[in-house]
Design a protein around this ligand. Sequence first.
Ligand SMILES: Nc1ncnc2c1ncn2[C@@H]1O[C@H](COP(=O)(O)OP(=O)(O)O)[C@@H](O)[C@H]1O
Ligand SMILES: [Mg+2]
Length: 305
Amino acid sequence: MQEPPKSIDQTIVLLEQENYVCGRDLGTVAFLSMALGKPLFLEGEAGVGKTEIAKAMAAALGRRLIRLQCYEGLDAATAIYEWNFAGQMIAIRTAEAIGNRDREALQTELYSDAYLIRRPLLEALEPDENGPPVLLIDEVDRTDEPFEAFLLELLSDFQVTIPEIGTVKAAEPPIVILTSNRTREVHDALKRRCLYHWVNYPEFERELEILQKRVPEATHSLSAEIVAFVHGLRQQDLFKSPGVAESIDWARCLVALNAVALSPDVITDTMGALLKYQDDIARIAGSETTRILNETKARLASAEA
Ligand SMILES: Nc1ncnc2c1ncn2[C@@H]1O[C@H](COP(=O)(O)OP(=O)(O)O)[C@@H](O)[C@H]1O
Ligand SMILES: [Mg+2]
């Protein structure tokens, strides 16, 4: 079993090995979360690397990644456990057919492990030979308040009570990462259980490093132009600014088109990789693209000088 990192530096290096570029601020909370056994609550715009850090951490530690994707209407049956109703019905019919009249034995069997369907939150309490898993509770802002209350309970004592069976408690708590895209405020009580970190868009150097790791086919100068242009876009008043995921997609598009440098034409043709709302595309189209591009090139030239 691989032990969690012993320092902030080690945390950053481990994540780096999984191609995750981690700043000191995020590295610090990630390390503390593991050291203190406290869930990590990451909030930020879409595409800034919140989900990815959980994947990288699981891979780096050789732990199982258990992901609970949240959505409106997510309930305990889907998140924790449910009974295999169809299986139970078949067992009842079979008992009837063979004339088994021992009700008590049947009852016990129907609510035994064999008919229990484990969902992510229950699975996360049960360790395997690689140690406690990494539990990713992704986009928690999409669920509703009753579900948050469930989570609160789970995250305070890492146990779940199944009335028919008893209480399942994690011998060693999982490493927990919650993410939110902040489409609404998540309740204070839930945040208070966690270490909180706002994940910002990366600064220029770090985003360039991410691009070079993720799209090594793109030349250094093209990648620098991409990052500078995207940073220019993020200054604009857009409905949805491009995240790191979009920079990566865009770089891949440009490489596929054999573009060696940005030009207004190539930007216009590939804008759909960066902006996903027609209003945003319309706002940036034409002279605005040229203006941001000129600013981008000027900024890069002055950085080089
Ligand atoms: N710090 C980073 N290091 C490496 N890749 C990153 C980083 N941040 C984001 N990415 C890339 O951007 C993509 C989107 O990140 P993701 O974690 O899905 O965003 P979020 O969950 O915040 O919406 C990932 O697939 C990953 O390739
Ligand atoms: Mg995500």
